[in-house]
Design a protein around this ligand. Structure first.
Ligand code: SF4
Ligand code: SF4
Length: 61
């Protein structure tokens, strides 16, 4: 359970503020995802104005 930040990310930072477990941190271009902290709440998917956050739940990794 985690999410992936796609190429559409504009680095607006909205998802960083939304993530309660602090699974997202500022990266050089896009936010970095700490998979071990992500609870799959999908709040970041909801808040992203660019639709750049992609849920990976159920995806084989
Ligand atoms: S799904 Fe929830 S816990 Fe995971 S990165 Fe997004 S806001 Fe954070
Ligand atoms: S909310 Fe979307 S566009 Fe903004 S930093 Fe997060 S992933 Fe990027």
């Amino acid at each position: 359970m985690t999410v992936e930040i796609g190429r559409g990310c504009t680095a607006c930072g909205a998802c960083l503020l939304t993530c309660g477990p602090r699974a997202l941190s500022a990266g050089p271009r896009r936010p970095l995802v700490d998979d071990s902290r992500c609870t799959d709440c999908l709040a970041c998917v909801e808040v992203c104005p660019a639709d750049a956050v992609v849920p990976l739940a159920g995806v084989q990794r």
